[in-house]
Each structure stands twice: as structure tokens, then as C-alpha cells.
Design a protein around this ligand. Structure first.
Ligand SMILES: Cc1cc2nc3c(=O)[nH]c(=O)nc-3n(C[C@H](O)[C@H](O)[C@H](O)COP(=O)(O)O)c2cc1C
Length: 184
């Protein structure tokens, strides 16, 4: 059976280089790996324990939980906003972290990658995302990293899926995910 990988993208804008990187990941998925990109992160309300009541969880949040629950692994593709991850991704992690100890992300092999304009490619955002995911109970693959600098310049003319170096890098990420997911 195929390894199902769910991807969450931290940028909501049209033409997002991170959304393009997620497309590249899907495009270069090796045989036996299915990559889907979750759509609708922006429709999920800010996490609120008053809303997180069994039976009346907001549909968009439930849909995220169901998608993560159905996945064998998770990839977060994040830009860096002011030195950390965008709020939309932190909100997704919060929803996936509850119920405490049994959230949809609990034990799920998870990788954080991304591209940002700065020279380090958003490593602060990625480190913060890994920290939050670890606390949320995900099985974070700490050694599987991909941070691509100069996002909007690097990918101004060339889509990441057509960039040979990126193609190799995302294939490596997916290979590592497949091995861990199969052993999980
Ligand atoms: C609100 C905001 C804050 C940003 N802060 C950072 C930052 O701290 N570090 C960085 O490298 N780039 C920063 N950037 C630039 C983004 O990394 C860059 O625009 C990136 O391409 C956004 O991702 P996207 O192309 O997927 O939308 C920031 C951009 C915005 C809009």
C-alpha cells in the first residue's frame, strides 16, 4: 500500500514559493508515495478550547484532523515570518495537538521544510515548527531538513519542480519519510 503524505503549506498567497515547493514534492514523489496538499488552512478558526467540543468541532478543523489521521506522514512547508512560522501553521499544529496525548499528529512521522527570502531559508521558522510539533506529540524527523534561501528570487523564473537541485532534495526527503513511515 502507498505511503500517504499530507502536506501543510504556511503561505496563503497566490504564487507562494512554498506552495510551489509542495507541488514539487508531490511531482517528484517516488513510486509508493502519495503526496496531497491540504487546502483550506485559512478557513480554520483560531484554536479555542470552547470550540473544541466533541461533536461540534468546526468542520474545517475536523477536516484537518481527519486528513492527518488518514495520513502516514506529514510535511510542513513553511516560509519564515518575522523569525518564526506563520500563524496559520501554528494554528494547524494547535488543532492537531488536541485531545492532549491523542491528537491527530500524535506519533505521526513529520518533516519540516521550506523556503524563505533570507539567506538561511527560514531555519528559525523551521526550528520553531519542529519544537511545537515535538511538544504536540509528533514523531519529528529532526535530521531531515531542507531550507532554501532567496525564495522569491530563486524561483522567480524557475518553478521548484523544474529545478534539478530541488528535485533531488525533495526526493531525498520523501525517501526518508517513506522509510520511517513504513517502519512506524
Ligand atoms: C510578514 C512577513 C514576514 C517575513 N519575515 C521574514 C523573516 O523573518 N525571514 C525571512 O527569511 N523572510 C521573511 N519574509 C520573507 C518571506 O520569507 C518570503 O516572502 C517568502 O517567499 C514567503 O513565502 P511564499 O513565497 O511561500 O509566500 C517575511 C515575509 C512576510 C510577508
Amino acid at each position: 500500500m502507498a505511503t500517504k503524505v499530507l502536506t501543510l503549506v504556511g503561505s496563503l498567497r497566490n504564487g507562494s514559493t512554498n506552495a510551489q515547493l509542495a507541488e514539487a514534492t508531490s511531482h517528484h514523489a517516488p513510486e509508493g508515495v502519495e503526496v496531497s496538499v491540504f487546502s483550506g488552512l485559512e478557513t480554520i478558526p483560531f484554536y479555542n478550547e470552547d470550540l473544541d467540543v466533541e461533536g461540534t468541532v468546526p468542520a474545517a478543523a475536523q477536516s484537518l484532523r481527519d486528513a492527518a489521521g488518514d495520513a502516514d506522514a506529514l510535511i510542513l512547508v513553511t516560509p519564515e515570518y518575522n523569525g518564526t512560522m506563520p500563524a496559520v501553521l501554528k494554528n494547524a499544529i494547535d488543532w492537531l495537538s488536541r485531545p492532549f496525548g491523542a491528537g491527530a499528529v500524535s506519533g505521526l512521522p513529520t518533516v519540516v521544510v521550506g523556503t524563505a527570502f533570507g539567506q538561511y531559508g527560514g531555519v528559525w521558522a523551521q526550528d520553531e515548527a519542529r519544537k511545537a510539533l515535538n511538544i504536540a506529540g509528533a514523531k519529528v524527523l529532526e535530521d531531515v531538513k531542507l531550507a532554501i534561501p532567496n525564495s522569491v528570487v530563486r524561483f522567480a523564473e524557475l518553478h521548484p519542480k523544474d529545478d534539478v537541485e530541488v528535485a533531488e532534495q525533495v526526493a531525498g526527503v520523501l525517501k526518508a519519510i517513506k522509510e520511517i513511515a513504513e517502519a512506524n
